[in-house]
Write a protein that binds this ligand. Structure first.
Ligand SMILES: Nc1ncnc2c1ncn2[C@@H]1O[C@H](COP(=O)(O)OP(=O)(O)O)[C@@H](O)[C@H]1O
Ligand SMILES: N[C@@H](CCC(=O)OP(=O)(O)O)C(=O)O
Length: 378
């Protein structure tokens, strides 16, 4: 029995395109109803409130294929977006009537990677989701496919689901695919064995994470990555096992979270943002940030790259080494060269007391690497 799942009060459940649509590019109404039966049953056990579910649903592009007469999942972005536009409406209409069988309302929430990255959008999305849950609504989340460009798209919904789990501080994440577990290799090939538990990267050594199926994207790679960043217990299984997974039964693959859950702010910084520039750190600063949990001061900076503004996330690199950390910077890129290598006391005396502040405060820093960043002197 997986007690962390059985005892969860708020879960994010994500279903892939392959679990929701038919080969012909239409919504699979029977499978949607079966899934909604499970979610509604879990959401209101014996009519009691207190269980909350946020549902991340893929399938917009796949559901739009049939109505548009597309024989296969389109490859070009404009056609994908057109299909998603048609399919998303059909999907939500289907969820609305399916959940209505249980007197449950649904609310559509469409998010972009950019919404996840911008702190104000992120906060706003959290408020909306919390409010929907407080109203007893089941939020149905998908990527806002029609506005996302290729460069900034999630593409698959696995990472989006992990970020939504952070956003709503869920207790667990359930990823539903067309395969009932992670296997040692593509289960369509002979010899593949089910992996029951993943405690860390060592359990994935030698595992072949093959490509995706007929209509999905990303295959197992994005699911394993989502499980790594979720910060909460994750079960990967198929839609037919959703009820058993929510009950904490031994189905699918259970990814155990690594260590204590980081703060919401650090989870956001590490997984939802991308660095808008780089700062190079001398060995002493690497050591201070990496091992002593200190703020980054101007004295430890040896280089600045990129064009960022105060408040942006920037990546911190060792002088000749790898990525060390990411943080929200307190200065514009153009201001940093004259501060680099100076003590805060010198800066306050020469430039004024407002220059006494750190480049990045330790509360706004998240460590991203431990070993590679060690410098010879570090
Ligand atoms: N090691 C593996 N374990 C399980 N499934 C795998 C593995 N390698 C490749 N796959 C394939 O990944 C597919 C699921 O990925 P995908 O189509 O992206 O799903 P979804 O649409 O549910 O997000 C499965 O159909 C399976 O054939
Ligand atoms: N936002 C897209 C998701 C794309 C996709 O294929 O995702 P998935 O099936 O989860 O790998 C859609 O709704 O079609």
């Amino acid at each position: 029995m997986r007690t962390a799942i059985a005892g969860a009060r708020r879960v994010v459940v994500k279903a892939g395109s392959s679990s929701l649509t038919t080969a012909g590019g239409a919504i699979d109404a029977a499978r949607i109803d079966a899934l909604v039966d499970v979610l509604a049953g879990w959401r209101q056990p014996d009519g009691a409130k207190g269980h909350e579910v946020v549902f991340v649903s893929s399938g917009a592009i796949a559901a739009g294929m049939g109505p548009l007469g597309l024989p296969a999942r389109p490859r070009d972005l404009a056609a994908q977006q057109a299909a998603a536009s048609v399919g998303q409406g059909l999907l939500v209409a289907r969820y609305t009537s399916s959940f209505a069988r249980y007197d449950l309302g649904v609310g559509q929430v469409l998010l972009t990677a950019d919404d996840m990255m911008r702190r104000s959008h992120h906060r706003n999305a959290r408020r909306t989701l919390e409010q929907l849950l407080a109203f007893g609504i089941v939020p149905i989340v998908n990527e806002n496919d029609t506005v996302a460009t290729d460069e900034i798209r999630f593409g698959d919904n696995d990472r989006l689901a992990a970020l939504v789990a952070h956003l709503v501080r869920a207790d667990a994440l359930i990823l539903l695919s067309d395969v009932d577990a992670l296997y040692t290799g593509d289960p369509r090939l002979p010899g593949a064995r089910r992996i029951e538990n993943v405690h860390g990267p060592a359990d994935l050594e030698g595992v072949r994470l093959g490509g995706s199926g007929r209509v999905g994207t990303g295959g197992m790679v994005t699911k394993v990555e989502a499980a790594r960043i979720a910060g909460v217990p994750v079960v990967l299984t198929d839609a037919a096992s959703a009820g058993a997974a929510l009950a904490g039964e031994d189905v699918g693959t259970y990814f155990h979270p690594a260590g204590a859950r980081p703060s919401a702010r650090r989870q956001w910084l590490a997984h939802a943002t991308t660095g808008q520039g780089r700062l190079r750190l001398d060995p002493g600063a690497v050591e201070a940030v990496l091992r002593r949990g200190k703020s980054l001061l101007p004295a430890g900076i040896t280089g600045v790259e990129g064009d960022f503004s105060a408040g942006d996330p920037v990546d911190l690199y060792a002088e000749q080494g790898g990525l060390v950390a990411r943080g929200l910077v307190n200065y514009d890129a153009g201001e940093i060269p004259e501060l680099m290598g100076r003590s805060t006391r010198w800066l306050a005396r020469e430039l004024g007391p407002e220059y006494e502040r750190e480049i990045i405060h330790r509360d706004d820093l998240v460590v991203l690497a431990v070993t590679e960043a060690r410098t010879p002197a570090g």
